[in-house]
Design a protein around this ligand. Structure first.
Ligand code: ATP
Length: 481
């Protein structure tokens, strides 16, 4: 992780927010390469999800009527259990404190509370299951208060009772800061879709089943932010809500599950590092009939990158109830009127950006020009995600090579992001591009002067082929666009 965070900063993918003031916890800025890669990722999602006849896009406002969040259940339920350390005043999420314990410690805790059940040998997987099944609610509260040391000061028996902490950021509309002016920064993009369901349906003349997609910022006042972009207070989501006829929801749920995991695989993510996590019935959100997370194996463990949820008719029914406006769908063929069920695919844009960055990171031994080997850091990301598509180098800065290279750069630039580099040995120039994931490097050398061909080097195999200058754009287009 440290290597990735440091590369991200050094090469301009991600900077800490307000760094010169010491940073602001849980907020990050995308640098020149980061913003390019991030846009590529969001474009890929947008293209996959909305360039089809049954899905429309929207971009709703971040601030919404406060009743939206009452109807959605966020005012009441969007809370995390928070505890404070009485010794050092550090603040934690109760469930995180428990989840972060070592397996050994979890085993000891299980034994101490249920000695007879756990007298024999316990394998690690069983420990984790039993721990999650048994240590919850009041028991979890008790365990944290008596048996869990504070990660900051190390003291045990130091935590307060858990309190509910609402994760929504509040602000005020207009000049008067009183309770009637309170609005929330949206904690998810989904609600902007639900309240626009009939607007979109009638404007686009869609028939059920159809979906509405949105990419946008979301804000959560997370108690603890950690692991780089994994848990931040301001982040981006890519959500699609698919409206279906009740009774067909299970099939659509399966359809979207397979579509969504395939998206990550098609963009080059290592299949072995992806898995499904089904929410246990008692861990399901109040609105959900079924829920699966797509998890990625981060360096710090498995973590959710996207949730696929069968939300039933909960959202539309609640908004009907709270707004007094009908959100029912009328099927003019069958003459039926009903509240659709919703299958949601909810991906973290910034979180999956981080997963793609991590997944692409490789260190490998590569030969140097003088016959030795050196470690090359290479981001083997899908060419469509790569921030720079091609780099152009003159082998040496004479004999007309820079002029030819500049001309190639000028021709390619309107079609894709390219980079011109004439500084240092050619090997070093390749390494600099490897480190930011540039899939192709084009070199103008002495043979170019004779036959108008250049070398194109492939980032992953490091193989070079010769291509005639007038074929470069075609070649790159077939590989990248
Ligand atoms: P978690 O359990 O990790 O807090 P969640 O179950 O609350 O996540 P959802 O509400 O389902 O997450 O949000 C959908 C997606 O939004 C997640 O899969 C994740 O990729 C992203 N996401 C949620 N919270 C954050 C956050 N604080 N920082 C970055 N991305 C987030």
């Amino acid at each position: 992780m440290e290597k990735i965070v440091s590369l991200a900063k050094r090469r301009g993918f991600v900077f800490q927010s307000s760094e010169i003031y010491g940073g602001l916890n849980g907020c990050w800025d995308f640098g020149p390469l980061g913003v390019e890669m991030f846009r590529n990722l969001k474009d890929e999602w947008w293209r996959t999800m909305t360039y089809r006849e049954d899905i429309e896009g929207i971009d709703a406002a971040i601030l919404m009527h406060p009743r939206v969040w009452e109807a959605s259940g966020h005012v009441e339920n969007f809370t995390d259990p928070m505890v404070d350390c009485k010794s050092c005043k550090a603040r934690y999420r109760l469930d995180n404190l428990l989840a972060d314990l070592s397996t050994k410690r979890k085993k000891e805790i299980l034994r101490s509370i249920e000695p007879e059940l756990f007298s024999g040998k316990l394998d690690d997987e069983k420990v984790l299951n039993e721990f999650n099944n048994r240590i919850k609610g009041d028991v979890a509260n008790k365990v944290v208060q008596t048996l869990v040391p504070c990660p900051n000061c190390g003291n045990t028996a130091t935590f307060t009772e858990a309190r509910k902490f609402n994760l929504m950021f509040k602000t005020f509309v207009g000049p008067v800061e009183d309770s009637s002016a309170v609005v929330y920064m949206r904690p998810e993009t989904a609600q902007g879709i639900y309240v626009n369901f009939l607007n979109v349906q009638s404007a686009s003349r869609q028939k059920i089943p159809f979906g509405i997609a949105q990419i946008g910022k979301a804000f959560r006042n997370e108690i603890n932010t950690k692991n780089f972009l994994f848990r931040t207070r301001e982040f981006e989501q890519m959500e699609m809500q698919y409206f279906v006829k009740p009774g067909t929801d299970t099939d659509w749920f399966e359809y979207w599950r397979s579509q969504r995991i395939q998206w990550y695989i098609d963009l080059g993510m290592d299949k072995q590092k992806l898995r499904w996590h089904q929410h246990e019935p008692d861990a399901l959100a109040h609105y959900a009939k079924d829920a699966y997370d797509i998890e990625y194996q981060f360096p710090f463990g498995w973590g959710e990158i996207e949730g696929i949820h069968n939300r039933t008719d909960y959202d539309l029914s609640r908004h009907e109830q709270f707004s007094g406006k009908s959100l029912k769908y009328f099927d003019d063929q069958t003459k039926e009127k009903y509240t659709p069920y919703i299958i949601e695919t909810s991906a973290g844009a910034s979180r999956s950006f981080m997963a793609f960055l991590i997944d692409s990171y490789n260190e490998e031994e590569a030969p140097t020009a003088d016959g030795k080997t050196e470690t090359r850091v290479v981001l083997k990301m899908h060419p469509r995600l790569a921030p720079v598509k091609a780099a152009i180098f003159p082998l040496v800065n004479r004999d007309g090579m820079p002029e030819i290279a500049k001309k190639i750069e000028k021709e390619l630039r309107p079609h894709m992001r390219v980079f011109y580099d004439d500084a240092g040995a050619i090997g070093r120039r390749y390494r600099r591009q490897d480190e930011i994931g540039t899939p192709y490097c084009i070199t103008v050398d002495s043979q170019t002067l004779e036959d108008n061909s250049v070398t194109i080097r492939d980032r992953d195999s490091m193989e070079q082929i010769r291509v005639s200058i007038d074929q470069i754009l075609n070649y790159l287009k077939t590989k990248i666009i």
